[in-house]
Design a protein around this ligand. Sequence first.
Ligand SMILES: [Cu+2]
Length: 510
Amino acid sequence: MNLTKFADELPIPAILSPLQKNRNYTYYEVKMTEFKQSLHSELNDTTVWGYENGYPGPTIEVEQGEKVFIKWINDLPDKHLLPVDYTVHGAHRDVPEVRTVVHVHGACVEWESDGYPEAWFTKGYLQVGRYFRKPVYQYDNGNRPSTLWYHDHTLGITRLNIYAGLAGFYFIRNQQERLLNLPCEKYDIPLMLQDKTFNPDGSLYYPRQPDKPVSEMETSIVPEFIGETILVNGKVWPYLKVEPRKYRFRLLNAANTRFFRITLDSDQPLYQIATDGGLMEHPIGVKDILLAPAERAECIFDFSNLYGKNIIMKNGAPAPYPGGEPVNENTSIIMQFRVMLPLTSIDTSVIPAYLQPYPKLKEQSASKIRFLTLNDMMDSFGREYMLLNNKSWDAPITETPTLGSTEIWYLINLTDDSHPIHLHLIDFQLLDRRNFDVEKFNQEKIIHYTGAVQPPELQEQGWKDTVSANPKQVTRIIMKFHSYTGLYVWHCHILEHEDYEMMRPYIVIR
Ligand SMILES: [Cu+2]
């Protein structure tokens, strides 16, 4: 299927209006439904799932510290839109096929409102998972100003629910950020990057079997999903008309498996101002930005001197990353900016020299060090799957940090893939990465480093909630477990991995 590039304008999700709002209480309702939507003008309308009849869902915009309550409502059909594998954890025949639970990615929130994968619920809450506690979630929004996103997190079918369209943006703002005079309002635009493949009739394609099919199964989970087209905010290869001025773009990788290495074909620098967890200390000028699934980067693009030009945002990351297929003429293209709108007012926004302090967590402050492996496994059907610390989802909890304590986690990647590791509840800092001898580790269980310490990339020097643990490297992260006790998860954010055992519960204890 050959879809014309830059045929459709970039949609920008609307800001969701609360049903009630007063000084100490904001209340939203968000309903999940199935509907048809145009994802490209040359395609028939596609049946998707979305929040408030939109894919992506509407953007939820809150003030730092605002007390927000959201009732998440499942109004989806009983039958899944995409092929379900009933052999993976939590998706067996003993549970309803369509289940949902919503996680605000990056939020620091009480565990009962975090969207625990077994806190799922069906239409009308008629059936619920064993950790479901309530239909109305509470968010205290203590985070720094940042670009978060909400998405489905149901055990065993997250990959299908998000692929079907269940994702949206969630911004936290505050006054200090406003005073920085960054590009704002219509010049502050979120970009949700995904990849999908379509059937000729316009419907979503998701594989029923891996490349090497499992003959005894009708439907099997795949080890990764790599789509043939790139979508931004739910449109295939869109364009955006812009003024010759500065824009703030909030880039999010919401793909199942695909990494994006983002560049502009104008070769202009991207001024990155924020990571997953909000503003960096200083803007950094970079040529490209690598985003693993679930990672965010906010950038200022300056189109000031480019009136009349068309600029293409490109992708250069092989898929799966880093050892997979190089991009082709389609997957190398993300979207186009057309600098063709007249300047409506003088651009007084700035790229500030200083953004906000970034206090580094000190290694000496850590009271606990954990050594956690990322493992390759083979199941009884001959399928490859991955584990964290050699343990399946149902194994007893082993990560039990104490509230208020600081820990360092050594993510010891024994596999050939990069895995974006995400922790719920807290933001962490990346300390470093280092090559090690995998053979020796497998035999003797000792880390023998074979390379020098690699500091974080420039673009990673800020608060993170998701980090790439690269193959045959030890990636070290440091974090403080603050604010809440309770049951959370940490997992790989490649959705095909998290759905098949690359996820673990953890519990913050008092
Ligand atoms: Cu993974």
